[in-house]
Design a protein around this ligand. Structure first.
Ligand code: SAM
Length: 250
């Protein structure tokens, strides 16, 4: 196993570095690390670093910086906008969103959403996102925005993106999501309907989006969102590999 990752919020990165609460417990009690061992810290805003453990006290752990760097955001950025759905699966999606490099998650109140979108959703999903970051070492946590007024807010926020993709399963001869549509440099927005599907009103507001199919099977909201993100992630790396291979051959 490589050096374990821990989360330290941006405001705590000062000359003296301490871990406390959950992160201190994870390091000392779960992983039973000792002074002299090295770990990696992430701040969720692009910064990552390597640190040596100096001292383990009851509630805090003192570390010393070995190196740190700010990693740039990827060129091909994905914004996933799944409609609000049941909590049981939402946590899973947020952890995958970090592992698959999602730039932002916009959760919106669908006409057919089951339940009401809580304004403080960010707080409930932060733990899952940090778990995802510690799992994979991604120093960027997705920005989380909630749109309680629904799709009208998503459409307004979409002014800032480069590509607007609408995975929709209830369409006759709608083209499959194509390789050329994913992983492109710039910001791609994928809007996913709720468990009850898009309403006619929502579809009319989404008329400026490109409808695509994800195949004949009707997928759950979180599955469709994770699939779009996974394809985007793969394509953005495959394209980069192609460029790297090309550059190596030149
Ligand atoms: N309309 C479906 C129904 O009534 O059974 C439910 C919607 S599905 C659970 C949730 C969302 O995932 C859809 O609105 C769509 O955005 C996306 N989705 C699911 N399966 C899809 C597919 N095969 N192609 C494109 N999008 C899909």
């Amino acid at each position: 196993m490589g050096e374990p990752f821990f989360y330290l919020p941006p405001e705590s990165w000062s000359s003296e570095i301490f871990l406390d609460k959950q992160e201190a417990k994870h390091l000392s009690r779960s992983l039973r690390l000792a002074p002299g061992q090295t770990v990696r810290l992430l701040d969720g805003a692009g910064r990552a670093g390597r640190f040596v453990i100096l001292e383990i006290q009851k509630k805090t752990i003192r570390l010393e910086r070995i190196e740190e760097q700010i990693l740039q955001k990827p060129e091909a950025r994905a914004v996933l906008a799944p409609a609000f759905s049941k909590a049981v699966r939402r946590g899973f999606f947020f952890e995958k969103a970090v592992e698959l490099g999602c730039d932002a998650v916009w959760i919106w109140q669908g006409d057919h959403s089951q339940g009401k979108l809580p304004a403080a959703l960010h707080a409930t999903v932060r733990g899952q996102m940090i778990a995802g970051a510690k799992q994979c070492g991604n120093p960027w946590l997705p920005e989380v925005r909630v749109f309680p007024s629904g799709i009208i807010e998503v459409v307004a926020a979409a002014d800032s993106v480069d590509y607007r993709i609408l995975p929709w399963e209830l369409q006759e001869n709608v083209p499959m999501l194509a390789l050329a549509q994913v992983g492109r440099p710039g910001v791609s927005l994928y809007v996913i309907g709720p468990e009850g599907g898009f309403s006619v009103r929502e579809l009319a507001l989404l008329s400026g989006f490109t409808p695509v199919s994800l195949g004949a099977r009707v997928l759950r909201c979180e599955t469709a969102a994770t699939l779009c993100l996974g394809i985007h992630w793969w394509a953005s790396h495959a394209a980069k590999n192609d460029v790297n291979t090309l550059e190596r051959q030149l």
